[in-house]
Ligand binder design. Structure first.
Ligand code: ADP
Ligand code: MG
Length: 729
């Protein structure tokens, strides 16, 4: 059985870096060459069609059917020139990836023969038989029709020989079945709410563009070793494996020099990303061995998210060319760091002002403080929703595991900004401010950009940290669709900004001047949401106690967290702002419960299979060798000599027996627990049953397997070990 492991290792030893196809070093020569972007639209569309599409992108206006036909034909002409033969609507169903169904451009012509056909109708809408995508009961299989519709705000692109058209995916009765539809709604909600608040400061603002820069962490494992680990193949994480004697304790991987084979992969994958218009910028080694990160220049949220989904795909494809497998799981290896996807987020105006960047003068800074404080309050009020948007079966392994933000949501602002907020609380009075107080305050907040410039304060333990001109939501999981977090964050902040405007207007209506009214509300919010702010070490035990005292929630259970999507409070935000209708939200949560259950179910099956069919037989085989050895000794030596010699070996035989017995018993119990849970119809109860009654066996079984790994002869151990997975390349 160990044959596969050793063959894999041999293969890895003989690997050479794969040379990357020679491409010009000038990225600008091929950047976005596979994207139907504005320059290409200008070339392939009539002026009328071009203007119509750009207006649709910028103002959300509808595109007339006749124009859609023109756009389709222009797009097709471009795609055919590029060698495309098929087209697909590309969408984000509620699974862990994207979906596509390719159709050929070919159609029979009116006079016989075939022509390359692709009409406005096919561009705008498609009806994939969608019955197999998760919908949480929204769409019954007998009413399977769902359709995809073109998202004009994200440009079409070509992957391989297929023209991909970004689309939303909705049921025939109009409910969203994907991530993109609610994301677009959330972005529209924050656009409106933030622009309204901006009008207090600048009447020229008429559009707010939320921005996202994601940092994608991942592991690379050699394909041969990956193939020798059924748990990696089926679950993308290791369900067993004793810690390597050395892993990340020397901190020698982080920012270290990039290994040659990995460097070749990165170069290749970045080039592919550039061709698709994805502005990847940074790459480096992460903390754990074989862990890496890539990050692009930030973009508008919807586009950035499409690009992240695409990047995960591109990475996987390019990696296999280099004999690597990309692990996007949040915790592929126990005992070392897991992977996240930090979401850097901010709000930009059409006048090019970053609303989360301090201005140059007191007025700009009051605007900055307004938005900052509204974000803080939004997070405080919606901590459960924020957590629910990122807590999945995989991410639950990472959160709170001493290297990732805990399941307590808190905000880090840095000492300088904290001091500014304290100052406002101290100086702003609800009665009219004296001219002196006003001047003093204005002088104070006027200094914000200076103090932030040299504010090198960084807190890497906070789940939601202010980093100078944006917030960094660090608790997002590496395999997640960022939309999940972005829907909730943007909606929560939109909701808060609406409330802010109502509160300020109410004071203005009482005859108080605008600036002073804003100050009063800002102060009220600062005081109100103080509890969510934490500057210390979020990984520490003290914080857990302190957070509990503050009344912050700390929920590590995935089903418990998911259930809060349906709390009265959450519904008021998500349904109240028109992001979901009740049925959609319920369907979505149902899908998440089911996804959680299935992940645990699959892992549990794989663990049981490996334990019983790989590990136990190997342990018995080794035990038999020991038994033979002992009986051999018995033949040679007299009883006294034998007892002295064989004692340790007999102990070992017993020890192995004990581990085997426990593994067998626990696997049996786990299977029984699964049987009971499988009978539960209600998805929520089933998820709870899996978490409470099946999940706890994982660590117990693993413990004994990992002990056996240390005892059994290395020559017959069937699975590549941690040191091999993490250090051979
Ligand atoms: P670090 O690891 O120090 O957090 P990185 O350079 O790895 O920094 O990533 C920072 C990310 O934040 C990049 O994707 C960057 O484009 C993004 N970013 C910078 N400014 C903004 C902004 N205003 N809005 C959204 N993202 C931003
Ligand atoms: Mg970062």
């Amino acid at each position: 059985m160990a044959e596969l492991r050793f063959r894999a290792l041999q293969e890895v030893f003989s690997r050479q870096p794969i040379a990357v196809e020679n491409q010009s070093n000038e990225v600008s020569e091929y950047f976005a060459e596979r994207v139907f972007d504005k320059p290409k639209m200008q070339k392939y569309l009539s002026r009328e069609a071009y203007l119509s599409v750009t207006r649709a992108i910028e103002e959300g206006t509808a595109i007339h059917r006749k124009i859609a036909d023109q756009v389709a034909s222009g797009m097709k002409a471009w795609a055919l020139e590029f060698g495309a033969t098929h087209y697909t609507h590309w969408f984000h169903p509620l699974t862990d990836g994207t979906a596509e169904k390719h159709d050929g451009f070919i159609e029979f012509g009116d006079y016989g023969g075939s022509i390359e056909s692709f009409s406005g109708k096919l561009l705008a809408q498609q009806e994939p038989d969608a019955s197999s995508f998760p919908s949480g009961g929204i769409r019954n299989t007998f009413e399977a029709r769902g359709y995809t519709a073109w998202d004009v705000s994200s440009p079409a692109f070509i992957v391989g020989e297929t023209l991909c058209i970004p689309t939303v995916f909705v049921s025939y009765t109009g409910e969203a079945l994907d991530f993109k539809t609610p994301l677009l709604k959330a972005l529209a909600a924050i656009d409106k709410a933030a622009a309204d608040v901006c009008h207090y400061f600048d009447k020229n603002v008429n559009k707010i563009i939320p921005t996202l820069g994601w940092e994608q962490e991942y592991f690379l494992i050699d394909t041969a070793l990956f193939q020798a680990r059924p748990d990696l193949i089926l679950t993308n994480r290791t369900l067993m494996g004793h810690q390597s004697s050395k892993d990340q304790q020397l901190d020698d991987h982080y920012f270290g020099s990039i290994p040659e084979r990995v460097g070749a992969f990165m170069k290749d994958f970045e080039m592919e990303a550039y061709k698709l218009g994805i502005p990847v910028k940074t790459r480096h080694n992460e903390v754990a061995p074989n862990q890496f990160e890539c990050a692009p220049i930030f973009e508008e949220v919807n586009l950035a998210n499409d690009h992240n989904q695409l990047v995960m795909d591109v990475m996987k494809r390019v990696a296999s060319k280099h004999n690597f497998r990309v692990l996007l799981h949040e915790k592929p290896f126990a005992g070392i760091n897991g992977s996240g996807k930090h979401n850097n987020w901010s709000l930009m105006t059409n006048t090019n002002v970053n609303l989360l960047s301090p201005g140059k003068n007191p007025k700009g800074n009051l605007q900055f403080l307004t938005f900052l404080v509204c974000v803080v309050k939004a997070i405080y009020e919606n901590q459960d929703l924020i957590r629910a948007s990122i807590l999945t079966a995989g991410n639950a392994q990472r959160l709170g595991a001493n290297e990732a933000p805990p399941a307590i949501i808190s905000i880090f602002l840095g000492s300088k900004l904290t001091a500014t907020l304290d100052e406002i609380v101290e100086k702003v009075t609800d009665s009219k401010m004296t001219p002196d107080e006003k001047t003093e305050l204005k002088l104070g907040i006027g200094k914000i950009p200076e103090i932030l410039l040299d504010n090198t304060d960084r807190n890497r333990t906070s789940p939601f940290a202010f980093t100078g001109n944006r917030f960094e939501f660090r608790a997002v999981g590496s395999s997640a669709n960022c939309a999940s977090a972005m829907i909730v964050l943007n909606t929560a902040v939109a909701d808060q900004l609406k409330k802010f405007k109502i509160d300020v207007d109410a004071i203005i209506n009482k005859g108080v001047k605008k600036d002073e009214a804003i100050f009063q509300v800002v102060k009220k919010y600062i005081v109100y949401s103080e509890k969510i702010r934490f500057e210390g070490d979020s990984y520490s035990e003290e914080w857990k106690n302190e957070a509990a005292k503050r009344g912050l929630t700390n929920i590590t259970s995935v089903p418990e967290s998911l259930a809060l999507y349906l709390s009265h409070k959450a519904k008021k935000v998500l349904i109240g702002n028109g992001i979901f209708v009740e049925k959609e939200l319920e369907g979505r949560v149902e899908v998440e419960f089911e996804k959680f259950t299935k992940k645990i179910q699959i892992e549990s099956r794989v663990l049981g299979d490996l334990a019983i069919n790989h590990i136990v037989p190997t342990a018995i085989q080794y035990q038999n060798t020991l038994i033979e050895n002992v009986s051999g000794l018995k033949n040679i030596y007299n009883e006294d000599e034998f007892n002295e010699l064989a004692g340790a070996r007999k102990e070992l035989i017993k020890e192995i027996s004990e581990h085997i017995s426990i593994i067998k018993a626990k696997v049996y119990e786990m299977v029984e627990a699964r049987k009971v849970a499988n009978k539960i119809e209600n998805q929520k109860n089933k998820a709870f049953a899996y978490e409470k009654n099946v999940n706890p066996f994982f660590d117990k079984i693993r413990y004994h397997i990992d002990k056996l790994e240390l005892i059994v002869d290395n020559e017959i151990w069937p699975l590549p070990k941690y040191r091999e997975l993490l250090f051979t390349r």
